[in-house]
Design a protein around this ligand. Structure first.
Ligand SMILES: Cc1ncc(C[n+]2csc(CCOP(=O)(O)OP(=O)(O)O)c2C)c(N)n1
Ligand SMILES: [Mg+2]
Length: 773
């Protein structure tokens, strides 16, 4: 009964997935000449696996990542389960319709993990499971979930997959199962040779439980008959390309090609198989045998002390004319082939989108599974409330990196905040000032571990109560873990305050995972530190220049680069408050250069904490007001800095004053917030055909119309837009080449970030504005 129902559902899922792609391409005229696309063959490959999961294996609390190119199969299944309106079926890849690849934030039918950039969707459930292990240990066990990734075999070529599998933070996660869609084809080709033995050994070496579902019931039965061993040896020993080439053949042609060069026993083994059944036998792989898949999944459930991987042998294009065709990756069925498939599925043009008869076996199974899988959205526990300031006191010259570490220690003491904080770093925790936090909270491990080091400076105590998750050196893993910690409110019903650290230049090393985390809607704080050429002696390989632009431009991430300790404290408390309420990610770009805090204290006295804090959070404030000199009729210029360069900017302002130029100094705390406000105001003005207003934060920090110099220990381009925003000439200073070793002043001199260069730039800006200094 269920077997019949599952078989009917498989056929219907295959039809719907293929037809959705077909409708998107043949029935929707976008008028722009760009092909819509979609992947019928990649989808077909996973029809049986996803049917087995959703119609027999999954429980409501399970979380699944589906390989990008099987998105139509996922949506077809959600339609059959009643989670997707029929109208969406003809809106694959249309605006407001179904996304090309599963999207947590945009698809309407409950996608757990976004996928698209291959490899990342595989790793995401592993880190979600690591997050759940952390949440269960700290906040009590949730309803048990299994974390499942269904991935393409070529995804295993991505290095991030192996970084994730081999990290100690993912060891022992018995609630994880990956199912590899082993169709032995990638985008370009039939992959020569099968690397499954190598992959299986790699997984096993990393402590995983490995299962193969290689042959379906028909072939297994044939192997048990006379000459079965010869048949098995023949198929097992056949080069992959040759095996795949058989998929397009039937009947006598297939028999001849299959037996070409085979020992006699093979011919004898298939001698009794009628011509019409030979293709089904030769292609009978385990990844299309639902009972075989279900027993493999059940076997994985029984292994609870380590993750499992199932290699499910499949046919790319299963059940379609292009099965196994080397060029089938983006091949679309013709209209005639669609008609034939519709008819073979027992449907007509009038009934093609209908749900199965609710009284029939498939309809009844779908109704039962829909009820079993229904998720009641749990009421998430209240978000932690952050104070306006941690109360950290900064008096002596201090770097932002040091204050960052101290603020975290102070917040860890706060009973309203401390329990929710969780830090992580790829082997740079101590060198990014997390040691104080680690000393206070300990390092997370699923069991208490014996500590052998009695280091009084760094107490590295590991156990289930620890709040730091240490990673090996993989920036990909850092951002994958931060992304999943940052979705914990949704995937594990427990909001957290995740904070990661990374050497700023190596943000680029994990960039796709950072983008993935932001795209998935995750909320966390990452500190890129130390950054820029201010990390002077470390040289060009460790000095970041591009990262400010990345932070500025990446959606879902607010980029922050404060210079002074108290500003950082306010910004970090505010960011964590937003993180706790799921309002996106924050990227703090910090340095190890100690700065004298007196200029900030002076601004504090001048403006008062309430006003100054508001401006700091809005993105910029006036650090030095040259109003007095300006009132004498002196030429006026804005010197605008962000981060570690403020002392040079202040010195330049003093030198300019001596030359009779009034230089206001503006400290930009968040280029991103300023830019967002400017862009927002422009867009609003343009759309309403009004003169765009200069947004409040810019007007407050730049009340005068004056030319400007921007100064940044990063690519000069990142701040250059300020000239356009203020409608004044702008001379941008920054680091536009690779760095090298030296002292801070050596390198600032090399890159024109020293006071003399800033003074000259100010004079140039004045002359560009037609003002005589
Ligand atoms: C990071 C990344 N690189 C390249 C691509 C383009 N691409 C999409 S699918 C694919 C091949 C996937 O092969 P496989 O994982 O075996 O899936 P199949 O289509 O065979 O099911 C490639 C290269 C991508 N989506 N992401
Ligand atoms: Mg493949």
């Amino acid at each position: 009964m269920t077997a019949t129902a599952l078989a009917e559902i498989e056929r219907r899922v295959l039809w719907l997935a293929v037809r959705m792609v077909d409708a998107a391409n043949r029935e929707r005229d976008s008028g722009d000449g760009v092909k819509v696309g979609g992947h019928q063959a990649s989808s077909a490959s996973l029809v049986s696996v996803l049917t087995a999961l959703w119609f027999a294996h999954l429980r409501a609390a399970d979380r699944v990542s589906v390989k990008p190119h099987a998105s139509p199969v996922f949506h077809a299944i959600q339609y059959l389960l009643g989670n997707l309106d029929r109208g969406y079926l003809t809106r694959l890849r249309a605006q407001g319709g179904l996304q090309a690849y599963p999207s947590r934030t945009k698809d309407p039918d409950g996608v757990d993990f976004s996928t698209g950039s291959v490899g990342l969707g595989a790793a995401a459930p592993l880190f979600a499971a690591a997050t759940r292990r952390y949440v269960d240990a700290h906040f009590g066990p949730r309803e048990a979930s299994r974390f499942i990734a269904v991935i393409g075999d070529a995804e295993l070529d991505e290095g991030n997959v192996w970084e994730a599998v081999s990290d100690a933070a993912t060891v022992g996660l018995g609630n994880v199962m990956w199912v590899v869609d082993l169709n032995r084809q990638s985008l370009d080709r039939v992959v020569p040779g099968i690397r499954v033995a190598q992959w299986a050994a790699q997984f096993a070496a990393a402590g995983w439980h490995v299962v193969e579902v290689k042959y379906g019931a028909r072939l297994r039965a044939a192997f048990d008959r006379e000459h079965g061993d010869a048949l098995r040896d023949w198929i097992d020993g056949m080069p992959n390309e040759r095996y795949q080439s058989l998929f397009g053949l039937t009947g006598r042609e297939l028999r001849a090609a299959f037996l070409d060069g085979a020992p006699d026993g093979v011919a004898a083994a298939v001698a009794g198989v009628p011509e019409g059944e030979l293709a089904a036998l030769v292609q009978d792989l385990g990844g299309h045998d639902v009972p075989a898949l279900l027993s493999a999944f059940a076997e994985c459930d029984r292994v609870t002390d380590r993750p499992s991987v199932v290699f499910a042998y499949t046919v790319k294009g299963w059940g379609l004319p292009a099965a196994g065709n080397p060029r089938n990756h983006s091949l679309l069925l013709t209209a005639e082939q669609i008609d034939a498939l519709r008819a073979a599925t027992g449907l007509t043009v009038a009934t093609e989108w209908d749900l199965p008869d609710p009284a029939g076996p498939a309809g009844a199974l779908a109704a039962r599974r829909a009820a079993e899988l229904r998720r009641e959205p749990p009421a998430p526990p209240p978000a932690p409330r952050l104070p306006r300031s941690s109360g950290v006191r900064v008096t002596r010259p201090v770097s932002t990196q040091e204050v960052f570490g101290r603020v975290l220690v102070d917040l860890a003491r706060d009973p309203e905040v401390g329990p929710y904080l969780v830090t992580t770093a790829p082997d740079v925790a101590t060198s990014t000032n997390l040691a104080g936090f680690i000393n206070r909270t300990g390092v997370f491990h699923q069991r208490d571990r014996e500590t052998w080091s009695r280091d009084p400076v760094l107490r590295w105590v590991e156990g289930p109560g620890g709040q730091h998750i240490e990673l090996g050196i993989s920036e990909m893993n850092l951002f994958m873990l931060l992304g999943q910690l940052g979705l914990s409110g949704d995937l594990s019903a427990q909001p957290l305050l995740p904070v990661g650290t990374v050497y700023d230049p190596f943000v680029c090393r994990g960039l796709d995972a950072l983008i993935y985390a932001a795209y998935s809607g995750a909320s966390f704080v990452v500190a890129g530190t130390p950054s820029g050429v201010s990390l002077a002696p470390e040289g060009g390989a460790h000095q970041s220049t591009l990262t400010a632009s990345i932070g500025l431009e990446l959606p879902g991430v607010t980029f922050v680069e404060p210079a002074y300790g108290t500003a950082l404290d306010w910004l970090l408390c505010d960011a964590l408050d937003r993180v706790g309420r799921g309002r996106g990610a924050f990227y703090f770009r910090l340095t190890t250069r100690p700065l004298d805090q007196a200029p900030f204290e002076a601004a504090r006295t001048r403006l008062g904490d309430t006003v100054l804090r508001r401006q700091v959070l809005a993105g910029a404030y006036r650090l030095v007001d040259a109003g007095e000199l300006a009132a004498t009729g002196a030429p006026v210029v804005h010197l605008v800095g962000t981060g570690a360069v403020m002392p040079e900017v202040l010195e330049a302002a003093r030198e300019l004053a001596e030359e009779g130029v009034a230089a206001h100094v503006v400290d930009v705390t968040s280029l991103d917030s300023l830019y967002a406000q400017w862009r927002g105001a422009l867009r609003e003005g343009v759309n309403a055909a009004r003169v765009p207003a200069i947004p409040g934060a810019l007007r407050t920090a730049f009340p005068d119309r004056a030319p400007l110099v921007t100064v940044h220990d990063a690519a000069s381009h990142a701040m250059a837009w300020l000239g356009s925003a203020l409608g004044m000439p702008c001379v941008p200073l920054g680091v536009d080449g690779f760095g090298q070793s030296g002292s801070v002043s050596d390198l600032y001199r090399l890159h024109d970030l020293y006071p003399g260069a800033i003074v000259n730039a100010a004079l140039a800006a004045l002359s560009l504005a037609g003002t005589r200094a």
